[in-house]
Design a binder for this molecule. Structure first.
Ligand code: ZN
Length: 679
């Protein structure tokens, strides 16, 4: 039985009650905040900050499982309830941020004698709060305050609609194949999967969908070029006016509105544009710094990318009889070239990564690194039979955190992989400690009746380690104040440090021994196969790096150069970025931006660059382990205390320097990607 108190009871969350419950909670919270302020002065941690944290924590804990269910068990009723709550929550957040009396109370407290004696963490909570008042427009005249509030509500509504459209468009398209000859080249696992999908709908044949595992298998393996083209076209036009659904879930207008409103919000707050506003809470100090960083990386990656592309083209022509390399050929040709260069097949590799072994191995890795013990607990209420629940204990035997793991793709579940907070760590003044709980969500190929029970591709293993890294920062924090515990208060462009750090272990022989075992023989990954994987690790890394840089620049420049009179110009900005940095041009009909949910439906707007930014930190951090030993105990302990336990108590730069003994350098990132620095 689980040891964490007060876990959400998912089975009792009824869409019909959600709106009333949230409305009531928000009204109560408003009353509670006002009554705090009635004191009228003499503010202290215990009569101001602590009670406010209580209020915030209660809202978080109520809302988090609702938002989670909306993402992983979406239904018409649930979606309606969720969307109806968004304006209520957004209005409350803005009202709190614009509450002049509350702002004044914080300012008085920040001037008090008590404040001077506070620790780092507590001071940072107050500093961040003062900053966030300003970012909510507390200083604006009332007309503008009102406008700010409308914008915030509209942004939250539009972000959710963007995601809903994407999910609907993804689910609306399927492809039934009855002639097995068309499936030539597809691995047995993918076929079994498609067979199951057809059966589930009482169809005969093989049913393919735009869920990532299904789409990816076809474009990577199907010999039939027109099938690849058809799937590719459907996938890259999702939620656009070119979609196979005649544009029913077209995100075009939503993207335009989002960009316009973000720009207006930034201007209201006195920033030049939304990119400037985005940077106000990040580690990077200026737009020039971000753009300069990305171009410099692009300069380094470009020569390698050009060589990658030439090699692909040549191989496609001479070995596969493809005179041109089309967008729907790239994954396919890449896979064939990889097999021929390294005689490495992803399908052979995945036989060594049954999900259960990988998970167990992941736990052993963090046990060796950080002394953690992770154990599955039964009897916990979950939202789907595949979901498992675990608890983490540390070397001293203390319970540090818990998480739900939801691994597999299924309908009604949003695509991608993510970590989300279910419950956050905090200690109340009475001394009671709240244990943090995380949601870890992936969309891996589900186990099938037809064979290959839950075998993960190696990139899925990497994804699991990535999300687990986020989870570790959320769950291992030792910070007791809600505002800076876990990932709270960590600059967004440093948030990918623990996640990308953990990815590195998926390439280390010592770790691979723990996470691999052939699904039939139980043999761990043979050295020869690992050798091949390591050699192939940086296969096409130049092209991949440029692609990430292209996305990052596109997002940043789109927000930086927004012009009120001309609108977003989404695709012309994308086009111009591609002309500057990319070696490949996708076809004209490609509507990549229409499904770029990180920046239109998530929190990465003018912040997608964070992945590359934080990769400098994560690669450089990992290089210490390369120097000292991958499972070096001292390094593990240091990473634990400086990074994973410290939350947002200090700036990300300070914490990094505390860990590494110096400021970050880009060398390790380039080396890990097999790229030489540009002169
Ligand atoms: Zn991440």
């Amino acid at each position: 039985m689980a040891n964490v108190n007060e876990l959400p009871v998912f089975s009792l969350i009824e869409p019909a009650h959600v709106v009333a419950d949230i409305s009531r909670l928000i009204s109560e919270s408003r009353v509670a905040v006002e009554s705090l302020l009635d004191v009228g002065g003499g503010y202290s941690w215990s009569n101001l900050i602590e009670p406010l944290e209580n209020i915030e924590d209660k809202i978080n804990k109520t809302w988090s499982p609702i938002g989670h269910l909306n993402s992983v068990k979406n239904s018409e009723a649930f979606r309606e309830a969720y969307n109806a709550c968004l304006p209520i929550l957004s209005e409350y957040t803005t009202d709190m941020g614009q509450n002049g009396r509350l702002f004044e109370a914080y300012r008085l407290f920040a001037d008090s004698e008590e404040y001077k004696l506070l620790g780092h963490a507590e001071k940072r909570v107050v500093e961040n709060a003062l900053r966030d008042f300003r970012l909510s427009g507390v200083h604006l005249p009332s007309e503008q305050k009102k406008r700010f509030k409308e914008i915030a509500q509209e942004l939250s509504r539009l972000g959710s609609r963007f995601q809903d459209n994407l999910l609907d468009a993804t689910q609306a398209w399927t492809k039934l194949i009855v002639d097995e000859r068309l499936l030539e080249g597809l691995p047995a696992t993918a076929k079994a999967q498609a067979r199951d999908a057809a059966k589930a709908k009482e169809l005969t044949g093989w049913l393919f969908t735009l869920d990532f595992p299904s789409y990816f298998a076809v474009v990577t393996h199907a010999s039939d070029r027109s099938l690849r083209e058809e799937m590719y076209t459907a996938y890259v036009t999702r939620a656009s006016e070119r979609g196979p659904d005649s544009g029913k879930w077209d995100n075009t207008e939503i993207m335009e509105q989002l960009l316009a409103l973000r720009y207006e919000e930034a201007r209201l707050l006195g920033y030049d544009d939304f990119a400037e506003l985005s940077l106000s809470t990040k580690m990077a100090s200026s737009a020039e710094e971000v753009i300069g960083f990305l171009y410099k990386l692009a300069d380094s990656a470009r020569p390698q990318a050009l060589r990658d592309l030439a090699e692909l083209r040549e191989f496609a022509k001479s070995q596969l009889g493809l005179p041109t390399l089309e967008a729907w050929d790239i994954a396919y040709v890449s896979e064939k070239l990889k097999q021929s260069k390294y005689s490495l097949s992803e399908e052979e590799v995945r036989e060594y990564f049954p999900a259960s072994r990988v998970i167990h191995g992941l736990f052993l890795v963090v046990e060796q690194l950080f002394g953690l013990k992770i154990k599955e607990e039964s009897g916990v209420d979950v939202w789907h039979q595949d979901v498992t629940y675990y608890e983490i204990h540390d070397e001293q035997g203390d319970l540090r955190g818990a998480f739900y793991l939801d691994l597999y793709a299924r309908s009604s579940k949003r695509g991608g992989a993510w970590m989300d907070e279910c419950i956050s760590r905090r200690r109340s003044l009475s001394g009671k400690l709240q244990i943090p709980v995380a949601f870890l969500t992936c969309n891996f190929t589900p186990p099938s009746d037809g064979g290959g029970s839950g075998l993960l591709r190696h990139d899925e293993v990497v994804t699991l380690f990535h999300e687990f890294g986020h989870g570790l920062q959320h769950m291992l924090t030792k910070v007791d104040c809600l505002g800076v515990s876990g990932i709270h208060g960590v600059e967004w462009d440093a948030v990918e440090l623990p996640s990308q750090f953990m990815e590195n272990f998926c390439w280390e022989p010592e770790a691979l021994k723990l996470i691999s075992a052939h699904y039939q023989t139980g043999e761990s990954l043979p050295h020869a196969l690992l050798q091949k994987m390591v050699q192939a690790r940086n296969f096409l890394s130049g092209m991949q790096m440029l692609r990430q840089i292209e996305f990052s620049l596109f997002d940043f420049v789109l927000h930086k150069q927004y012009d009120l009179s001309q609108g977003g110009q989404v695709y012309s900005v994308l086009q111009s970025i591609r002309e500057q940095v990319s070696v490949l041009r996708p076809p004209e009909f490609n509507r990549f931006a229409h499904s770029f949910s990180h920046i239109f439906g998530g929190g990465y707007a003018a912040g997608y660059y964070s992945y590359k930014w934080a990769e400098v930190l994560s690669s450089d951090a990992f290089s210490l382990f390369e120097e000292e030993g991958v499972f070096n105990k001292q390094c593990g302990a240091k990473f634990l205390s400086c990074i994973l336990e410290s939350g947002g108590t200090r700036s990300a730069m300070d914490l990094f320097v505390a860990f590494r003994g110096r400021e970050p350098r880009v060398d390790a990132l380039l080396r890990h990607n097999g790229i030489e620095a540009a002169a």
